[in-house]
Design a protein around this ligand. Structure first.
Ligand code: NAD
Ligand code: TYD
Length: 340
């Protein structure tokens, strides 16, 4: 089944959430999926090696900021664009913001323009709760909360959201923005908190916790995020913003202790290190709109999904060891060398 969408152009499908989404959709629907991905350090063809021969799947290596490439693809009769492609790591954006603007802002504009030119009716911008900035101890982000990004990463995602809004208001492009909280699950690049901590613990390396470890994130299992995007693609309303979250707030130190306990590793591996500049204290997302209007809910509670996630990293050590032994190591040294 599946509306009259036909072909979906997924961008950034070789990354963490994009690869989970492509696999999820190919299993469930007959849509043709074209995945355009630049294969940056975070894009890994292995993330989709199990479905690379699927008859409904096509991979195109390319940059979303490449107008000729994107317009060429858009002209093929695309029913929906789902834009996952992004530079996604806050720490890297602090080191060098430029590529965040090139991909997250200019790349999104190229996609929006192609959608406008070729009359693509469904355009989903995969944004983030980080556009709302940081919360104190109380409250949660609503769709109408002020945009107040604090890192070059979140500023670039906010700029993209504003372009999406402008394309809706100015040109009537019925694009939709989703703002999800922190994801976890299989195929997440091991520079992000959960896979970094699991893989370091498995290697008996220290676990670098920024500041006092009391920063809070609102964690959602990646497949629940994919299910929300599926629903929004089919039934979401053009011009709207939908927050996505699982009501699952945990401090970083709590997460790290849970991982150590489940892997039977000592807490002495925890190392408090210099804080991230501009480090947002707390994120919490209110997804009432998505729940009430589209009937979405979580099906993977944290307790089960974190077990499943840890098991995946235990069983796929080749996957992350290959990553950690390559270019990633130089990056790791640069980021943590002076901190540890
Ligand atoms: P990721 O870094 O794992 O993957 C990004 C993918 O985009 C990679 O495959 C990369 O090669 C590709 N890419 C980068 N620049 C590109 C370009 N110019 N052209 C084409 N492809 C390019 O990221 P992720 O964690 O899967 O996040 C996906 C999206 O979801 C991002 O837009 C991010 O802002 C958003 N998001 C992520 C989270 C999270 O917790 N990971 C939460 C909310 C929203
Ligand atoms: P991260 O996975 O980078 O996601 P984001 O910054 O987009 O929320 O980080 C999640 C939290 O974990 C954040 O508060 C920063 C913290 N953190 C550490 O304490 N140590 C680390 O080595 C990393 C990568 C993150």
């Amino acid at each position: 089944m599946g509306c009259n969408i036909g072909t979906i152009l997924v961008t950034g499908g070789c990354g963490f959430i994009g690869s989970n989404f492509v696999r999820f959709m190919l299993r469930k629907y007959d849509y043709k999926i074209i995945n355009v991905d630049k294969l940056t350090y975070a894009g890994n063809l292995e993330n989709l090696s199990d479905i690379s021969d699927h008859p409904n799947y096509e991979f195109v290596r390319g940059d979303i900021a490449d107008k000729a490439l994107i317009e060429g693809l858009a002209s093929k009769g695309i029913g929906a664009v789902i834009n996952f492609a992004a530079e996604s790591h806050v720490d890297r954006s602090i080191e060098d913001p430029r590529v965040f603007i090139e991909t997250n802002v200019l790349g999104t504009q190229v996609l929006l323009e192609a959608a406008r030119k070729y009359g693509i009716l469904r355009f989903i911008q995969i944004s983030t709760d980080e556009v709302y900035g940081s919360l104190g101890t109380r409250g949660s982000f609503k769709e109408a909360s002020p945009l107040a990004p604090n890192s070059p990463y979140s500023a670039s995602k906010t700029a993209a959201d504003l372009l999406v809004r402008a394309y809706y208001k100015t040109y009537g492009l019925a694009a939709i923005i989703t703002r999800c909280s922190n994801n976890y699950g299989p195929y997440q690049f091991p520079e992000k908190l959960i896979p970094l901590m699991i893989s370091n613990a498995l290697e008996d390396k220290s676990l670098p916790v920024y500041g006092d470890g009391m920063n809070v994130r609102d964690w959602i299992y990646v497949e629940d995020h994919c299910r929300a995007i599926e629903l929004i693609m089919h039934r979401g309303k053009g011009g709207e913003v939908y927050n996505i979250g699982a009501n699952n707030e945990l401090s970083n130190i709590e997460i790290v202790k849970i991982i150590l306990k489940k892997l039977n590793k000592p807490e002495s591996l925890i190392k408090f290190v210099e804080d991230r500049p501009g480090h947002d204290r707390r994120y919490a997302i209110d997804s009432t709109k998505l729940r009430n209007e589209l009937g979405w809910d979580v099906i993977y509670p944290f307790e089960k999904a974190i077990d499943r996630t840890i098991r995946w990293y235990v069983e796929h050590q080749d996957w992350w060891k290959k990553i950690k032994s390559g270019e990633y190591l130089t990056y790791y040294e640069r980021m943590y060398g002076h901190r540890l």
